[in-house]
Every structure is written in C-alpha cells, then in structure tokens.
Design a protein around this ligand. Structure first.
Ligand code: PRP
Ligand code: GUN
Length: 184
C-alpha cells in the first residue's frame, strides 16, 4: 500500500484544531512583528529540533530582514509519552551567537521546562539579546516563571500533533494542528 493511503488513515484519527490557513495567517503576522522589532539588528532564528521544523521554515520566509538560521535539539517527550521525562539537549549544530539577537523558535510551550532550560543554555553563548517565539502556548500547563515573548495561538490542555508536532514520531507532516482521537 502506498504512502498516500497510509497518511490518509493517520489523519482520519486526528480531530483538527487549527487549520493550515489559520496557521499561515498567524505566521505571516508574527513575521511582520519580528520584521519591525529587529530592523538593523543582526538576527539569528534558532529552531528547536525536531518539532519546530515547519514553523521555523515558514517563519523565515515571512521575515523581511536578512537573518541567520541555527538549530538546537531538545527532547523530553519520548515515544508515546504525553508527559515529559528527563530533558536532553544537543547543541552541536549551534552557530556562533555572540553579539547576535537571537529568537529561539519552538512549536509549543507546554510546561515551559524546555524553553527555560534552553534559555539558560543559550545565555552562556553571550547573545546580544534572547527571546522566544512559539506557535502554540498551553498557558494553563505552564510550570515555570517564564512566558513566551511571541506566540501565535493559546490552546487548551490537549496533546496536539501536526505541523511538526509528533506522537511516537508520527503525524509531523500534517499541515494543520489537531488532537489524536485515541488520546483525548
Ligand atoms: O514546554 P515543555 O513541556 O517542555 O514541552 C515543549 C517541548 O516538547 C516538544 O519537544 P519533544 O520533547 O517532544 O521533542 P521533539 O521536538 O523532537 O518532538 C516540543 O517540541 C517542545 O520542544
Ligand atoms: N506532540 C506534542 N508534543 C508536545 N510536547 C509538549 N506538549 C506537546 C503536545 O501537546 N504535543
């Protein structure tokens, strides 16, 4: 059976929450905001692997300023887990951030532990400034004294997939965000 039919079966199990056109509209708005906030400043977008891949690549195309891209990996929701385990960070792809204005880009701010730990890690690289941008913010699940500097959507407490977000490494390819039916 071909890939298309497998993909169809998977998406049948996902109840859409945020449509692709709404995501595109919000990413355009965020791109405009970052464009106006970072004029004449050396900007680096730092995407958090793996979940941010779609968001960061779409956002880059909506920022009308020269900027650099860096990547860092952070992982704590492994396999079928919908609650975080120990966080591991891999910074071997990190470019030089000294004196750069860095926007850390992630798909979701849930408990906030990942973003907090990454901010602490990156401060040691002496950026000129450091802010965070996320597509989704589960405000009611936040467990840290930190809020995202930029966010596109506030969402309720449900485990979401699509637009880069996975469940057991599946569903990242979906162009929209939704909830896997079996995990509501
Ligand atoms: O706010 P938190 O509770 O820390 O959760 C947010 C993090 O969880 C997800 O990463 P995950 O560990 O699933 O790795 P992945 O991006 O490779 O899927 C997501 O991409 C964020 O980085
Ligand atoms: N896929 C996915 N990863 C997460 N990491 C933290 N929260 C979530 C979520 O709701 N969905």
């Amino acid at each position: 059976m071909g890939d298309a039919s497998r993909a169809d079966r998977q998406s049948d199990a996902v109840r859409p929450m945020i449509a692709a056109d709404k995501i595109a509209e919000a990413v355009r708005g965020l791109g405009r905001q970052i464009t106006s906030d970072y004029v004449d400043r050396p900007l680096t977008l730092l995407g958090v692997l793996s979940g941010s891949i779609m968001f960061v690549s779409d956002l880059m195309r909506q920022i009308e300023l020269p900027h650099q891209l860096g990547l860092i990996q952070a992982s704590s929701y492994r396999g079928t887990a919908t609650e975080p385990d120990e966080l591991s960070i891999n910074d071997e792809f990190l470019p030089n951030l000294a004196d750069r204005h860095v926007v850390l880009v992630d798909d979701i701010f849930d408990t906030g532990n990942t973003m907090l730990r990454l901010m602490h890690t990156l401060e040691r690289h002496h950026p000129a400034s450091l802010k965070s941008a996320v597509l989704l913010w589960k405000k009611d699940r936040t467990r840290v004294e930190l809020t995202p500097d930029y966010h596109c959507f506030e969402i309720p407490d449900a485990f979401v997939v699509g637009y880069g977000l996975d469940y057991n490494d599946e569903y990242r390819y979906l162009p929209y965000v939704g909830v896997v039916q079996t995990h509501e």
